[in-house]
Design a protein around this ligand. Sequence first.
Ligand code: F6P
Length: 243
Amino acid sequence: MNIIQAENYKQMSELAAKKLIEQINRKSDSVLGLATGSTPEGLYEEIIKEYKEGNVSFKDVTTFNLDEYVGLSKNNDQSYYYYMHKLLFDHIDLKTDQANLPNGDAKDLQEECSRYEASIQQAGGIDIQILGIGLNGHIGFNEPGTPFSIQTHIVDLDESTRNANARFFDSIDEVPLQAITMGIDSIMQTKQIILLVSGSKKAEALEKLVNGPVTEDFPASILQKHPNVTIIADSDALSELSQ
Ligand SMILES: O=P(O)(O)OC[C@H]1O[C@](O)(CO)[C@@H](O)[C@@H]1O
């Protein structure tokens, strides 16, 4: 694993944007894997800035998001569909039909998982995947105990994850109980991974990811086995590693 130390959140976001833009400028029809949560918000701001300055175009790019809540419609302002449009897609020249998220409002969720996984394969696989990490080591919404062999699937969200994400909702009761997420196997099949980690709250999780045992009890530990992972972390997140 290659670890890049950023001074702070802004620099982490700039470095990640630079890597994504280099990828697109090298291969205009790149397939990007995108993440939600607080961590990539700065990355998306940087990308929009670079796009507006004419440094990159997304017209041939395809994107796949990691996950989506079950039961929220696209118009719900807590859905990841809404988040991605508001924070990125509405500001760049990515074609709407090239921007993919699991449909958490599908009638047949199982079928939706298979359809989503197949559409990633049809697009030729993901060239570069952006990841964040949850405090309990989740990547996407793959909670501790998720089999490493699983592809896109429906998950019951951990109480700790619902609590962590309650800050985006009016109350914890409104946080969905389930989500659709790309599985660990789907993530491991991506060609390159950029993991973003910011803040002292994530320091312990990052230390476990890098130095801990590879175990389904801590899903992110599987990244030790991926051939091309770059971690971009700020100094607060790296505090447990550098001791
Ligand atoms: O960036 P945050 O908000 O700390 O979230 C960490 C991770 O948790 C999720 O939001 C899912 O809860 C992931 O999509 C994200 O990578």
